[in-house]
Write a protein that binds this ligand. Structure first.
Ligand SMILES: Cc1cc2nc3c(=O)[nH]c(=O)nc-3n(C[C@H](O)[C@H](O)[C@H](O)COP(=O)(O)O)c2cc1C
Ligand code: SF4
Ligand code: SF4
Length: 649
């Protein structure tokens, strides 16, 4: 390094971090890592941790319990890793470890030397004793750049991040000119991961050339799309990689102030980032005179109130300024006039977290991953009808088929794939024929969807595309800030039409009106919310038009989803006389006994909850769902079998 003070400061930090981490390893006690991210906590990880601690105390085994972030395998939470070299076993990752199982696993492992194979997800190292995790296609198909350390370090311990090479990219950047950092990012071809895919290097160059004494960099962690949790997970699992990217961005553009904008609905992410900022300041990695240089950077954490539109950069800036979060006209763009009138760079969490590896390993290395126009990796939170929902990071250019079927295990329950919704509420629904589309900014846009910020909802044969479009329009309509007439009222009209179609009250002319209105809303809206809100309608009309027509013309929901258009009935041939399984589960006493001592459903009372279908034993499988509802056979309720009087148990 040319700057000797900087080099000495950073080398000292690194050496101290490595010493502390090695010291812990030398202690020889087993390390038990427990995933403690929001997804894990929702699955009972806190109870698992308490059970592990209690069992270790009871059997008098000293161990180091380390909370780690999300590994991306949300379907398998709570996840626990036991690393005890003296046992002869490699580090073993256990899945679905609730408190009860945790007690069993800990006792067997430490008392009997039995690794409890039935709960093993895989060994984290190649070995001859325990099948390694690399045998799962998911581990070989993923390529982790942003999430490399997620689930492998304690997010609350800055020493672990530094010891594994963290903040070296910042030190390297500070040792050179800001221009050369921008040059590297430009050459890497990094495009913004917040949705639009704008070239990051170009954005930074524009901000750098803006004339102003003071500039600002904002990390956009608003993440309001339903089903999306990538940014939250990264902040919870490895906040320092994001802060390091933020600091490099600030140095490159000449900013002395930075902000992490994270929604208050993400309390763990807020807490984790706040601590990370304090720890980085204490190590002179943020704050005044970073690593002994003249670069100052004040970082604060701002909690958003959870409006989807506040993820839009100009609305976000207004909300930080204490005003109502509403997008404003651009230009001027934030890079010219942003927060408090200062040139402001707004970048997504994943964009910033991609920066340290690029600065450390070089632009050419980054370009070896992904495609020509979309280098690097794509991170998706995959939810819906897949066997292994969770967070995945794959090289750009990976096909949707590979992601859904190989990485995420395909569709459960032997059901057929129907569609995938990419790009959040404003994305498009793509049918099966698009499964070989490569995941990159341009290919997805060509197919009528968009990268978005990383939400992906997979749907099987039981999903009604009219209902899906209704769900997303309901979301965007409620989240519209109301500034533009087309967005405010147009989405409302779309919703009214979708609503009535799902109720079997659609009109023949609705489809044409929805198409025209969708294009008008796109044209007449100021910001991305209104410009993309009709996308689910446009794509579902394009690819699943026959479903709309069935709803309108036949009052039929082909997916048997829309409640108003279905009915349940019991096949008398299949019903077993004495089995009362359905009767007990019906919440409205709609099931009665026929004259032939079989069961039947009173269609007037039935609220279509579907509980009887679940309760009917598989050997009879006597409950059916049909659409239109008139297809259900009508069976008169015998008078003596009438509904129980109100209040009668
Ligand atoms: C309605 C709406 C919501 C948005 N929400 C987010 C968000 O949650 N996170 C994000 O990074 N970008 C979001 N964006 C995009 C931002 O306006 C901006 O383009 C992005 O933060 C820039 O970062 P990037 O260049 O790193 O992609 C949203 C845009 C719109 C129109
Ligand atoms: S398009 Fe919708 S959300 Fe965007 S500014 Fe206009 S009214 Fe507000
Ligand atoms: S669908 Fe629900 S309400 Fe209707 S008969 Fe079955 S259990 Fe009762």
């Amino acid at each position: 390094m040319a700057n000797k003070t900087l080099e000495a400061r950073f080398r000292g930090l690194r050496r101290e971090a490595e010493r502390r981490v090695q010291e812990r390893q030398r202690e020889g006690v087993p390390t038990i890592s427990i995933v403690m991210s929001t997804c894990a906590l929702a699955s009972g990880a806190a109870e698992t941790r308490d059970a592990i601690k209690e069992t270790l105390e009871r059997i008098k085994v000293p161990a180091r319990i380390v909370p780690v972030g999300c590994m991306g395998h949300c379907y398998a939470e709570p996840l626990v890793v036991i690393d005890h070299p003296a046992s002869g076993f490699p580090p073993i990752c256990y899945h679905r470890i609730d408190a009860g199982i945790a007690r069993v696993v800990i006792r067997s492992f430490f008392e009997d030397g039995d690794p409890s194979f039935e709960y093993v997800l895989g060994a984290l190292e190649e070995n001859d004793l325990v099948p390694p995790v690399t045998q799962f296609p998911r581990f070989n198909l993923e390529e982790r750049v942003v999430m490399e350390l997620c689930g492998r370090i304690d997010p609350g311990d800055i020493q672990e991040y530094i010891a594994r090479g963290g903040y070296a990219a910042l030190a390297r950047a500070l040792d050179g000119e800001p221009e050369s950092v921008i040059d590297t990012i430009e050459r890497s071809g990094l495009r913004g991961r917040g949705g639009a895919g704008f070239p990051t290097g170009r954005k930074w160059r524009l901000a750098r050339s803006a004339r102003s004494e003071r500039k600002v960099v904002i990390c956009n962690a608003d993440e309001g799309d339903p089903g999306a949790y990538m940014d939250r997970t990264i902040l919870e699992s490895n906040p320092h990689q994001v802060l390091e990217g933020l600091a490099i961005a600030a140095y490159a553009v000449g900013a002395d102030e930075a902000l992490v904008y994270v929604r208050a609905e993400y309390p763990l992410a807020v807490k984790t980032v706040q601590k990370a900022v304090r720890d980085a300041e204490a190590c002179s990695l943020l704050g005044r005179g970073v690593l002994g240089t003249a670069f100052d950077l004040k970082v604060s954490v701002f909690q958003g109130s959870g409006a989807f539109v506040c993820g839009e950069e100009t609305a976000l800036i207004q909300s930080v300024e204490g005003r109502r979060g509403m997008p404003r006209h651009r230009p001027p763009y934030p890079v010219e006039k942003g927060l408090w009138g200062r040139p402001t760079v707004v970048n997504n969490v994943k964009t910033l977290a991609s920066v340290p590896p690029i600065v450390s390993k070089g632009a050419d290395w980054f370009r070896t991953i992904g495609t020509e126009n979309s280098p690097g990796t794509a991170i998706f939170s995959v939810v819906g009808n897949v066997k292994h929902p969770g967070l995945v990071e794959v090289p750009m250019g990976t096909s949707l088929r590979k992601l859904i079927f190989d990485v995420c295990g395909g569709i459960p329950g032997k059901k057929a794939f129907k569609a995938v919704q990419i790009g959040g509420p404003s994305g498009g629904c793509l049918p099966e024929r698009f499964l070989d589309t490569p995941i990159d900014f341009d290919s997805l846009a060509q197919a009528g969807a968009m990268m978005g910020s990383g939400g992906m909802v997979v749907m099987d044969q039981d999903s009604c595309m009219v209902d899906v479009a209704r769900y997303f329009v309901d979301f965007t309509q409620k989240e519209s800030c109301g500034k533009c007439t087309f967005c405010r009222i147009g989405t409302r009209h779309l919703l009214v039409m979708l609503d009535r179609i799902t109720k079997g009250e659609g009109r023949e002319e609705d489809l044409e009106i929805m198409e025209t209105l969708s294009h008008d809303i796109k044209a007449g809206s100021l910001c991305g919310l209104g410009k993309t809100a009709p996308n689910p309608v446009i794509t579902s009309l394009r690819y699943f038009r026959e479903e709309y027509e069935a709803h309108i013309r036949e009052r039929r929901c082909p997916a048997l989803k829309c409640r108003a258009l279905v009915a349940f009935y019991i096949d008398l041939e299949r019903c077993a006389r004495g089995c009362d399984a359905c009767v007990g589960c019906c919440p409205v006493e709609a099931i009665f006994t026929t004259k032939g001592r079989k069961k039947a459903i009173d269609q007037q009372r039935c609220v279509k909850c579907g509980e009887c279908m679940v309760a009917c034993p598989p050997e009879y499988n006597a409950v059916f769902k049909v659409s239109p509802p008139e297809r259900a056979p009508v069976i008169e309720r015998p008078p003596e079998n009438g509904p129980a009087p109100a209040g009668n148990p």
